[in-house]
Ligand binder design. Structure first.
Ligand code: 5GP
Length: 109
C-alpha cells in the first residue's frame, strides 16, 4: 500500500483545507499555522519530495509562475519561501512554495 502525502490527502479532499486557487496541476491553500497575516502554500499535484527533485524546466517554471500568479492576485507585495529538506526547515515531504505577506509596518526578516 502506498501512503499518500499530507498534501495529496488535501488535494483529494480527504483532509480539509481552505483552497484559494486550483487548476489541473496545482493547488494553493491557506497554511494551517500562518507565520504571516497571509500565508499560503502552492503545491504541485505531481508529487516530488523536495523542489530540487524537479528537473524539467517547464515544470519548474510552471510552479513558480503559478506561485507568482496566486501571490499577485492575493497580495500584490509578497515573499516566496521554499524550505528544502529537514535541514532547510522542510516538515512536509511534498514540494511546495510558501507565499507570505500582508504585514502592516515593518516586515520581519
Ligand atoms: P514546510 O515546513 O514543509 O516548508 O511547510 C509545511 C507547512 O505546512 C507549514 O507551514 C505548516 O504549518 C503547514 N501545514 C502542516 N500541516 C498542515 C495541514 O494539515 N493543513 C494546512 N493547510 N497546512 C499544514
Amino acid at each position: 500500500m502506498t501512503s499518500l502525502t499530507l498534501f495529496e490527502r488535501i488535494i483529494a479532499r480527504d483532509i480539509p483545507a481552505t483552497v484559494v486557487y486550483e487548476d489541473d496541476k496545482f493547488i494553493a491553500i491557506k497554511d494551517i499555522a500562518p507565520k504571516a497575516p497571509t500565508h499560503l502554500l502552492v503545491i504541485p499535484k505531481k508529487v516530488s519530495t523536495r523542489i530540487d527533485e524537479i528537473v524539467d524546466p517547464s515544470e519548474m517554471g510552471e510552479l513558480w509562475l503559478t506561485a507568482i500568479k496566486v501571490a499577485r492576485e492575493q497580495l500584490g507585495d509578497y515573499r516566496l519561501v521554499v524550505n528544502v529538506g529537514k535541514g532547510g526547515g522542510q516538515e512536509v515531504p511534498h514540494t511546495h512554495i510558501h507565499i507570505l505577506g500582508g504585514w502592516e509596518g515593518p516586515v520581519p526578516y
